[in-house]
Ligand binder design. Structure first.
Ligand code: HEC
Ligand code: HEC
Ligand code: HEC
Ligand code: HEC
Ligand code: HEC
Length: 481
């Protein structure tokens, strides 16, 4: 027994003890393997949440491990080459590759050691690779590793209805070819981050995004959404009392089951495909729209000849419209000051009883555009206003003003990211037509076909406006809302 063990020690020594290089390689591999396993265990018990631990455990250590494994045979080869060259070896030069004589028990042991270690190594490498892939697909990796670069998108994502959807599910989707493409472009992005050559802000639309029907429709299938949806929008006026008013829309969302009526039934029906040509990067200025029906017939709507210059038109490319041409902000929803202040008033974060808070809030937020000192200016401005105009309020309930300052600063930090040069309206939202052109990029009277027929802007095609800026809409009373 003791003799056998000694034999295996000798075999191990033959594999690793050949020279300093192999020893070094063996140690490198051994220590990396030990640390990888340790960090995997920490992950299992949820102790290693930091994105940097992930990078070390699944990207750097496996790299060092494989490097160590490569050094071991390289050292052995180097040693053999050295022995062949040495003067003692001159008469009977040893062959370059080892001679395997399986009749020798030592050789058999060396082979056993190599086979067992290789099996172990493969296990470690495959586990680390698998975990590495999972890690690179995680929200932590996409959203938090390059913290500054992804901060705007990650912050907005964290408030969105898609918080439980991983970044890769929209950005890459399933399937090997897209996976490989994303890793290739991801490597480029990693270098851009290392050398600070990334653009600020990160541009949108995302180049080469996978067709959204292949990603969104993993979860939302068009047949599912049918019918109308009641939408109640609350705005607040610029007056002292911040008077609330309500707009009630019946949105005709439509769906696959109802092929004639509604937004989805029209725009994502397989019966008709819409192609459009935009002259700007952000796809806001549209020069031509083409609708191709299943039977091959086509309608073309064009902008008047002189609307866009020749240079603009020369760069324009055609694109088939899909989900993200309307839902371009399903997850990174950056809002405008008035929307944010309305929302804060509506859910009580801002006190409706604070005089002029709507007007003031929108003013101070709009004035802040992503420069140093914005936050203290918001604070100063609000304080000054109430000190000068409503000293009584300041005296009676100072906490209301402190609360308002805190909420306004929060709104600022959710939407403005100076380091990435992202400010109000950097990323327009295409769903609607109030703050950005949205649907009216095409549903406007300047795009017309040969007969002069325009893309419809009839106010009842997309929604019925049941109430418009009313303080107490009759329709809501009827519905008992
Ligand atoms: C629900 C789907 C969805 C999820 C989840 C999602 N994104 Fe996006 N993302 C989009 C869409 C759609 C765009 C805009 C694409 C376009 O207009 O071409 C976008 C754009 C971006 C952009 C470009 C800049 C911009 O704001 O338009 C970045 C960067 C980005 N996403 C990062 C992330 C990160 C990081 C995560 C995870 C924390 C994530 N995304 C999760 C759908 C998603
Ligand atoms: C992995 C699944 C998944 C993917 C992929 C996905 N979504 Fe969603 N989506 C959800 C879930 C879950 C919700 C939340 C439903 C809820 O809160 O009721 C949601 C909600 C929505 C909503 C309603 C938001 C609201 O304000 O109520 C829209 C619109 C939407 N998704 C569009 C998209 C678009 C566009 C894409 C592709 C870019 C996409 N989704 C990709 C799962 C997904
Ligand atoms: C022509 C523009 C347009 C296109 C294209 C479009 N949508 Fe929509 N979608 C809308 C509008 C407008 C709404 C209503 C928004 C609201 O409720 O505020 C909506 C609502 C939704 C909702 C919420 C439905 C509900 O019942 O609340 C989901 C989910 C959704 N869309 C997913 C998709 C997916 C997935 C695609 C691509 C297959 C897609 N949409 C394509 C305009 C579009
Ligand atoms: C890229 C151009 C483009 C954009 C952007 C666009 N549409 Fe359309 N839409 C069209 C065209 C073209 C038609 C067909 C008009 C026709 O044949 O008269 C159409 C038709 C429709 C119809 C059917 C109209 C009818 O008469 O029955 C609805 C509903 C609709 N769109 C909703 C929307 C909504 C909602 C949005 C914004 C979220 C939107 N569209 C954005 C190009 C566009
Ligand atoms: C091509 C489709 C389409 C047409 C045509 C259209 N709308 Fe809209 N409208 C929308 C969508 C989409 C929204 C956004 C709903 C939401 O907030 O999700 C919207 C929102 C609104 C709102 C609420 C805005 C707010 O935030 O208070 C009003 C008011 C409105 N539309 C009025 C009109 C009027 C008036 C017309 C006719 C000139 C019209 N719309 C034509 C698609 C359309």
């Amino acid at each position: 027994m003791a003799k056998q063990r000694a034999g295996y020690y000798a075999a191990l020594l033959t594999v690793f003890g050949m020279n300093y290089i192999t020893v070094l390689g063996g140690m490198l591999a051994g220590i990396s393997a030990f640390l990888i396993i340790g960090l995997l265990v920490l992950q299992l018990i949820d102790m290693a949440e930091s994105p940097y631990i992930g990078i070390v455990a699944f990207l750097i250590l496996p790299g060092l491990f494989i490097l160590g494994l490569l050094i071991v045979p390289a050292g052995a080869l180097w040693e053999r080459l050295k022995r062949r060259k040495s003067p003692q070896a001159a008469p009977a030069q040893p062959p370059l590759l080892p001679v395997l004589d399986l009749n020798k028990s030592h050789t058999r042991r060396v082979l056993t050691v190599i086979v067992v270690l290789t099996g172990l190594n493969l296990m470690i490498i495959s586990t680390a690779t698998y975990q590495g892939v999972l890690f690179m697909d995680s929200v932590t990796f996409c959203g938090r590793v390059c913290h500054t670069v992804m901060e705007p998108e990650f912050t907005a994502y964290s408030h969105s209805p898609h918080l439980r959807v991983r970044c890769v599910e929209c950005h890459i989707g399933p399937g090997a070819p897209w996976f490989v493409r994303s890793k290739i472009s991801g490597t480029g992005q990693l270098f851009a981050v290392l050398f600070h050559t990334y653009p600020t802000p990160i541009p949108s639309p995302v180049e080469n995004l996978r067709p959204s029907r292949e990603t969104c429709e993993q979860c939302h299938w068009p047949e599912k959404f049918t019918g109308d949806r009641l939408k109640i929008i609350t705005h607040y006026k610029d007056d002292e009392a911040n008077t609330a008013s309500k707009t009630v829309l019946l949105l005709h969302i439509g769906g696959g089951g109802n092929p004639t009526n509604g937004i989805h039934s029209w725009h994502i029906s397989p019966e008709k495909r819409t192609y459009y040509t935009a002259v700007d990067e952000q796809r806001q200025k549209i020069a031509q729209v083409r609708v191709v029906r299943a039977d091959g017939t086509e309608s073309v709507f064009r902008a008047p000849e002189n609307k866009y210059s020749k240079e603009e038109l020369a760069h324009a490319g055609e694109r088939q419209m899909d989900c993200i041409d309307c839902h371009n902000r399903p997850s990174h929803i950056f809002k405008m000051p008035s929307t944010e202040v309305d929302a804060a008033l509506s859910d009580g974060r801002l006190d409706v009883k604070l005089p002029y808070i709507k007007k003031l809030g929108v003013e101070v937020l709009t004035a802040a555009k992503g420069e140093e000192g914005d936050l203290s200016q918001i604070e100063e401005h609000v304080r000054r206003f109430y000190n000068e105009q409503y000293a009584q309020v300041v005296k009676e309930s100072p906490e209301k003003i402190e609360g308002a300052i805190r909420v306004l600063k929060g709104i600022y930090s959710d939407n403005i990211f100076p380091k990435m040069k992202l400010t109000w309206g950097t990323h327009p939202n295409n769903l609607g037509h109030e703050q950005f052109p949205g649907c009216f990029r095409c549903h406007d009277d300047f795009l017309a076909d040969k007969e002069g027929k325009t893309v419809g802007q009839d106010c009842t095609v997309c929604h019925s406006v049941l109430a418009w800026d009313e303080s107490d809409p009759e329709i809501l009373q009827k519905l008992g809302v």
